[in-house]
Design a binder for this molecule. Sequence first.
Ligand code: TXA
Ligand code: MG
Length: 332
Amino acid sequence: MNTRILTKNDIAEARTLLKAGRNVIFPTETVYGLGASIDSEEALKHIFIAKGRPQDNPLIIHIGKKERIEDIFSVIPEETYKLIDAFWPGPLTIVLPKKESVSDTVSAGLKTVGVRMPSHPVALELLGEDLFVAAPSANPSGYPSPTKASHTLEMEGKVDAIIMDGDCDVGLESTVYDVLGKRILRPGAVTLEDIRTIVPDASLYEGQEKTASPGRMYKHYAPKTPVYFLEGSVEEQRKFIENEITSAFLVDDILYTKEERIRRFLPEGNLFEASKHFYELLRELDEKGYDAIYIPKVERTGIGLALMDRMMRSTEHKTKRLGGENEDHSRK
Ligand code: TXA
Ligand code: MG
């Protein structure tokens, strides 16, 4: 397949392609998405093929106008409007029962479907008031999501067009929130604390039940190089970093030194910067053939909850604990 490389000046062309049943990669504020019109079965099915995505992992529908939820959802509780007024456009996906007219290919056979209105100007112009675009992250299944335009080029030849437009601001996928269950299925930049301002008893779903959150069942965000959390005193860590010269490290400011394999991850403790660059750093270090990548744990509050979630998945729950027992809770 010949992939057209487009810019933000070619959005009209990209809209025409989507309407004609083609697949287009486009930027959002979270990560790049691989889109198909929900009216085109063929383009929807091609998403699963291009990504190597399991058939039972549903897609998120992107809309450019809030009122469009009424074309998709069959049930819309009152707090849905409060949530979308507070957080749309933005990184929040709302899950509710779908209308029968919405293709089972989008929902992967579930009775519910996820919808979000992204805030990225290119995405909004692409969607306009009329398009409904199903789009998962535009990465091969299991690999970190694309957060820079250059990351999308690994899908060249597998899609009809790519709109390349710089870096994604958030860098982690949207929060997925199940309105009827009052629970976050996937944490993101719209935080649990944010949602509780509207739904005080909202919680984080941490179960394993497949129909609740299908995408959570699969291996995710993992590069080829093994990733471990590193724990220990500053002195223990410093020594370990000096000894493990064939490994790479994401570090906070206190451990940072200017070396190729040591990356400043938490500038002044900033979790937003860390979130924005996490996938990019993993991808970059993965290319360099290190024995391992070590990452720090962060506090599970605010966006830290989402970042720790993705970090935990990339380590498959493995921790290197210095001066003590190692932990390996990987579910292999
Ligand atoms: O930020 C994002 O959400 C990005 C950009 C492109 O918008 N998209 C994205 O899509 O991350 P994807 O396919 O990589 O992740 C979708 C997640 C999966 O974990 C999936 O299981 C969940 O949303 N999901 C979708 N529909 C669902 C439903 N009806 N019930 C429960 N979970 C659902
Ligand atoms: Mg994904």
